[in-house]
Design a protein around this ligand. Structure first.
Ligand code: URA
Length: 205
């Protein structure tokens, strides 16, 4: 619950923060990425989703979750009865980290130093949006949210009190579904992902 309703002040603060983030040099990732991919969504959203970092397509588009993982995310969110236009979507790390391989850019996991260098932006976004519930998608997001490493399978699917006073919910990253070697298990894992999202949304009421 918010002490003051989010209004034009929050919107202006968010826009200023986003502009500032475009010039971020807090870690080295800005050197090779196309642009900062900042969070997106209404500043008065009750639900915040946190991913890992922008992928190839997000880096080019400047928007979070628009590539293959984003399409998986959209599908799950829709099945969970959540309207993406009403939620705030961001990433734990706001620059794309990759290894060049020929013409392709292969996603590379952000390390502990990169995650903590980016925490400042995550914290500022949270101060403005002040979501009632924050869903961490995968281990990197959970690490940003909790300030420590956690095991997704042990922590997923229930409300957790966060160090900053908010409430959090941990689930898998949608890319996990795209990368599963055993395709026969994807359907069940997708259903479990949707259940986690439903649980997070239900906890708002
Ligand atoms: N994966 C993420 O974690 N975030 C994005 O924005 C896209 C893919």
């Amino acid at each position: 619950a918010q002490a003051t309703p989010a209004g034009s002040n929050s919107q202006a603060a968010w826009a200023a923060l986003r502009d500032e983030a475009m010039h971020c040099t807090r870690c080295h990732l800005y050197q090779h990425a196309t642009q900062t991919v900042f969070g997106e969504g209404p500043v008065d959203a009750r639900l915040m989703f946190v991913g890992e970092q922008p992928g190839d397509q997000e880096d080019l588009a400047g928007k979070p979750f628009v590539g293959p993982a984003g399409q998986m995310f959209d599908r799950a969110v829709t099945q969970a009865g959540i309207d993406r236009r009403t939620v705030y979507v961001t990433n734990a790390v706001k620059h794309f980290k990759f290894e060049p391989r020929g013409k392709r850019r292969i996603h590379s996991k952000p390390d502990a130093g990169e995650i903590s260098a980016c925490r400042w932006w995550y914290e500022q976004e949270r101060l403005i949006v002040r979501p009632e519930m924050t869903v961490a998608l995968g281990a990197t997001a959970a690490r940003q949210m909790l300030g420590k490493t956690v095991t997704i399978s042990r922590e997923r699917g229930r409300a957790i009190d966060l160090p900053d006073g908010g409430r959090g919910w941990i689930t898998i990253h949608p890319s996990f579904l795209l990368r599963m070697p055993d395709k026969s298990r994807v359907e069940d894992e997708f259903a479990a992902f949707v259940e986690d999202l439903k649980g997070a949304a239900a906890s708002l009421r």
